[in-house]
Design a protein around this ligand. Structure first.
Ligand SMILES: Nc1ncnc2c1ncn2[C@@H]1O[C@H](COP(=O)(O)OP(=O)(O)OP(=O)(O)O)[C@@H](O)[C@H]1O
Length: 694
């Protein structure tokens, strides 16, 4: 069979319609797809041992001759055994196969085989159970470094290897070289053919490293090039001029002087808005660093220039809170603030929509409802997305599409490690508020086990006695699959009922004399708002809540947060939760309760207890849990990476970025003929995200 990159997999022997359908599930229909279907791991099966020298207890290859015809026996119903003795110059290996009766015919007395399995010793006998085996003259999966591919039901690693091996042999040389020669030489990257051969079937660990380095670099290079082009394109986009005004005029509205960091970021925003180019800026700041002020400043400038601002918040509770605090701040300066959420009655919504369309509202605060089709703005000049990584790139663009190239400000309260920020927000300029307002004392954090529960309740009572308020957070879980704890234990708060009855228990048995309230995501928005408002007003002492308070909720008098089943949360999420306290002048506390004694759970929780620096914590989280948490379900809308490991490939990312930038400096649109292959690859990579690259 003559293979080319376009040969369909159905041309391979043994691939009928049923298998083809399963392969398609993995994205594999042609040889080309096999080439870029990379192994997730490797097994080093190069060393071939003799029976006596083979180490015990680990998987090894042993070469030996079948000394007899295999013996098949049925020991009980449904259980078949095949036994065979294999020998070499110095020893014998007693091999047993369970329920693989075909072995009786497959192994022939007198033939040499390589057996891949675990050697064990019973007395002086060396044994092996269920090895993989092949004849020494037909070695394919032994004597080599074997790739381990990601699989799906009905597709074995063996099958994938048997497809990939001939594909790579015939077609590695046909894979086009798209990296510019100078980039390849500058970074000492291996050639394409070598890289594809060795990423699948490495000659040695060193060759594998070279191959992986090249292909990872390539991936990061195209990603960086795409993102730079996007930034460049946006950067060039003409923006509406929002004239700057003296900062002091706005600062006079604030009840506190800004921090240096806030001042700097506000100046950056004003410079963007008045530049005549369209702003695309991310404001990153640790919890409680005071990002809202920056958004308010942007909205203020826009309003004074006769333009509207839309501020999109991720939750109803947060939208309500922003609307409250922004109107208190801005209404005195004549900026009209409106709130639009999904929970309004149709009549209310209609009235507000009309006001928005007629330009009677300057700043519209809302949830996703803002993106809905029938909201029309009179003159939208600025959009602000709070907690952007919860929204996708697509949602951000949908909001922006409601105006004529409005300026875009994105605020993220989850500090993101720099590597990830470069990728998730590669298309944005970044400002960091790296300073907390003065007078904050760091939150004291404790990890405690169940047995200290009573002491903790006493502590709650003591703080409430001093006039403070407290949160008690329970992890309510929505999907059934997640209801088992990490170690398979049932989770006390796995369902809403449990949270409700826990709250009831606290009110009835533990704190009958305190004012408790319950908040959870399944409540009607109006109820949620009422509870939050009561808590903010100091009418509730203890708020028992699910993680709906996680993002952004701001009640400075709250000085204690207790997190139940803390081991179930990611570090960054716990950091967010902890950020709900320590927002005022009172010494605040965070108590993480756990039943778990699992060492890694304890390590994670102790990390949190040892630092309050959000960037450090998120880096630790990235190391411990991988980037999945930050990326969510690919909501960011950027391409998925096949090889690059964002927690480890930082240096390579920097090199790739630098090199992509250099190339784009010479040829910003990659329109020169020699850069055509790069442009094609970038387009291909961004093909699934047309809203950011067309
Ligand atoms: N410069 C400042 N001096 C004193 N207090 C400030 C200052 N800036 C903001 N604050 C107050 O600090 C609290 C936190 O501000 P804000 O809600 O804007 O933080 P944030 O960055 O959005 O935090 P989070 O991400 O946790 O929501 C608010 O009560 C705010 O009024």
């Amino acid at each position: 069979m003559d293979l080319t990159l376009d040969t369909p997999l159905t041309d391979f022997p043994g691939v009928g319609p049923a298998r083809a359908a399963k392969l398609e599930k993995l994205g594999l229909t042609r040889v080309r797809d096999l080439m870029t279907y990379f192994p997730r791991d490797y097994e080093d099966r190069r060393k071939i041992w003799s029976i006596r020298s083979a180490p015990l207890g680990v998987k090894v290859c042993v070469q030996a001759m079948a000394a007899e015809h295999p013996r098949l026996s049925r020991i009980r119903k449904g259980m078949e055994l095949v036994k065979v003795k294999a020998v070499d110059h110095a020893g014998a290996l007693h091999i047993t196969f369970f329920n693989q009766s075909y072995v009786e015919r497959a192994i022939k007395a007198g033939e040499e085989y390589v057996f891949w399995g675990i050697v064990e010793e019973q007395g002086s006998r060396r044994t092996m159970v269920n090895p993989i085996f092949e004849r020494t003259d037909r070695q394919a999966v032994t004597g080599c470094i074997l790739p381990i591919y990601p699989l799906t039901a009905g597709i074995s690693n063996h099958l994938l290897c048997s497809l990939t091996r001939p594909a790579v042999e015939a077609c590695a040389a046909q894979m086009p070289e798209s990296l510019p020669r100078s980039v390849r030489l500058d970074h000492e990257l291996a050639q394409t053919e070598f890289s594809f051969r060795n990423i699948h079937f490495p000659d040695s660990p060193e060759s594998l490293d070279l191959a992986r380095r090249r292909l990872t670099f390539e991936e990061l290079f195209y990603l960086s090039a795409g993102l730079s082009m996007l930034k460049h394109r946006r950067g060039d986009a003409a923006g509406r001029v929002v004239p700057s005004r003296p900062l002091e005029e706005f600062l006079a509205l604030l009840p506190f002087p800004p921090t240096q960091a806030q001042r700097r970021v506000m100046e950056e925003v004003a410079a963007d808005l008045s530049s005549g180019r369209s702003m695309n800026r991310l404001v990153q700041g640790d919890v409680g660093s005071g990002k809202t002020v920056v958004a308010a400043w942007g909205a203020y400038l826009a309003a004074k220039a006769g333009m509207q601002t839309a501020l999109m918040a991720p939750t109803e509770v947060l939208a309500q809170q922003h609307a409250r605090s922004l109107s208190a701040l801005l209404e005195p300066a004549g900026v009209r603030v409106g709130l639009l959420t999904g929970s309004f009655t149709p009549a209310q919504k209609k009235r507000l929509r009309q006001a928005i369309a007629q330009g009677e509202v300057d700043l519209v605060v809302g949830t996703h409802a803002l993106i809905s089709q029938d909201v029309e703005f009179h003159n939208l000049g600025l959009t602000v997305a709070d907690e952007q990584h919860r929204f996708g790139v697509a949602q951000r663009s949908a909001l922006a599409a409601k105006g004529q190239a409005p300026h875009v400000l994105v605020m993220s309260a989850t500090p993101i490690p720099r590597t990830l920020a470069l990728i998730i927000y590669g298309d944005l300029d970044v400002s960091v508020i790296d300073q907390l307002p003065p007078g904050r004392t760091p939150v004291e954090t404790y990890v405690v086990h169940e047995d200290k529960r009573q002491r903790m309740y006493n502590f709650v009572r003591k703080l409430v006695g001093e006039g403070r308020q407290a949160y008690i957070i329970c992890p309510a879980v929505e999907d059934r699959a997640a209801q088992e704890g990490a170690e398979g234990e049932p989770v006390p708060f796995a369902d809403l009922k449990a949270v409700k009855s826990y709250a009831q228990h606290l009110q009835d048995e533990v704190f009958p004399d305190l004012r408790l309230a319950l908040l959870h995501g399944k409540m009607r928005p109006k109820e949620k708002d009422a509870v939050m408002a009561a808590f903010a007003a100091g009418d509730v002492d203890v708020l028992v809540s699910t993680t709906v308070v996680e993002v952004g909720v701001d009640v400075p008098n709250a000085a204690l947060i207790i997190v139940e089943n803390a081991e179930r949360f990611g570090l960054s999420q716990l950091h967010q939760l902890r950020g709900r306290v320590g927002r005022g002048k009172h010494q605040s506390y965070c108590v993480l309760i756990t039943n778990s004694h699992a060492p890694d759970a304890m390590t994670r929780l102790k990390t949190l207890a040892s630092t309050t620096d959000g960037f450090k914590i998120s880096e630790e989280d990235l190391k411990l849990r991988g980037p999945g948490d930050f990326f969510g379900s690919r909501q960011h809308g950027l391409p998925q990476l096949a090889l690059a490991d964002l927690s480890g490939d930082m240096r390579l990312l920097q090199q790739a970025q630098q090199s992509a930038r250099q190339l784009l400096q010479q040829d910003p649109t990659l329109s020169q003929p020699e850069n055509r292959p790069v442009l094609d690859r970038v387009r291909q990579m961004f093909a699934d995200t047309p809203d950011i690259f067309n």
